[in-house]
Design a protein around this ligand. Structure first.
Ligand code: FAD
Length: 64
């Protein structure tokens, strides 16, 4: 599993990369348990992907 910049490199201009990496770690820690249903894990990862995609899109738009 990869998290943070390795998963979603972000322009430093965003000032968001560390926050996103920490949110990745907290989300993963919350669902990374043997009793977590796979669907909950998939949902959590999907939410992180949505958040990082939005941050990347916003950054691209505002820092051109
Ligand atoms: C100039 C600048 C300003 C920034 N300002 C902000 C800001 O204001 N706010 C914000 O939220 N983010 C900011 N960021 C982004 C933020 O620094 C990164 O998004 C964040 O550090 C990513 O954390 P990470 O743990 O994913 O990766 P990293 O912090 O890069 O950590 C990866 C670690 O893995 C180590 N590593 C690499 N390869 C290996 C290997 N093979 N074996 C073992 N270890 C390895 C590296 O040495 C490093 O310590 C800024 C970035 C830059 C460059």
């Amino acid at each position: 599993m990869i998290l943070g910049d390795a998963a979603h490199g972000m322009s430093p201009a965003a000032g968001q990369g560390a926050s996103l990496a920490i949110a990745d770690a907290l989300t993963t820690a919350a669902v990374l348990h043997p009793h977590t249903p796979e669907s909950a894990f998939t949902t959590a990862i999907g939410r992180r992907r949505t958040a990082t995609d939005q941050a990347r899109t916003t950054t691209r738009r505002t820092t051109r």
